[in-house]
Design a protein around this ligand. Sequence first.
Ligand code: FMN
Length: 200
Amino acid sequence: MNGTKGINRRSAFFQLLGTTLGLGVATHSVAQAEQFWTGNGSSSTLVAFLSRSGNTRMIAETLARQMSADLFEIRTSEPYPDDYQAHVRLARQQQETGELPALSGGVPGLEGYQSVVLAFPVWGQDIPAPVRSFLAGRDMGNRNLFPCITHGGYGPGRSLETLGQLVPDAQIKAAFIKQCDSERETLGLLADWTATVMPS
Ligand SMILES: Cc1cc2nc3c(=O)[nH]c(=O)nc-3n(C[C@H](O)[C@H](O)[C@H](O)COP(=O)(O)O)c2cc1C
């Protein structure tokens, strides 16, 4: 499954992408703003993640470091709004229409990877639309898929069922599921605080 050909193809992809982005291939850090992936193309594990407010990013980066895995951030061509409520509205609309937003950053092929860690936050009780885009049309046959799911207090919702439907050929392992900070809650507390100490 993880043959040399696959690795070479992936290395070529990374070389090409690194050249396109003007980045060093093996030495870059995920902290660099415009970076979508790290790795030297020799790992058999990919950690792919989506994150808005950082919870899932921290988990994904930790795993990638621990596993010496390649790391890929799922980003949409059209960035989501910074404003939380506007983001929620757009995400809801995409969920209702089934829209698969276009991704940017040179989405890696999976042929050289034996295992994929897929880390994402729950949006609307389900898998976020960009993660659906990432999985769309993927051949996950006999690949191990390790879901890492963060949520703001309502649990994973339908995300695991949806995952099984999206990639029925993957070997889906037991998920890591963690309640994390909720941006909505933090924004509410912040609004209360500012209204108290900085009344207009
Ligand atoms: C658009 C949107 C929808 C969300 N929907 C849910 C939800 O249905 N259930 C839940 O528990 N948390 C929900 N959350 C909260 C996130 O899942 C949670 O805070 C997650 O840890 C955020 O991860 P991140 O910091 O990597 O973006 C939602 C957040 C956003 C931005």
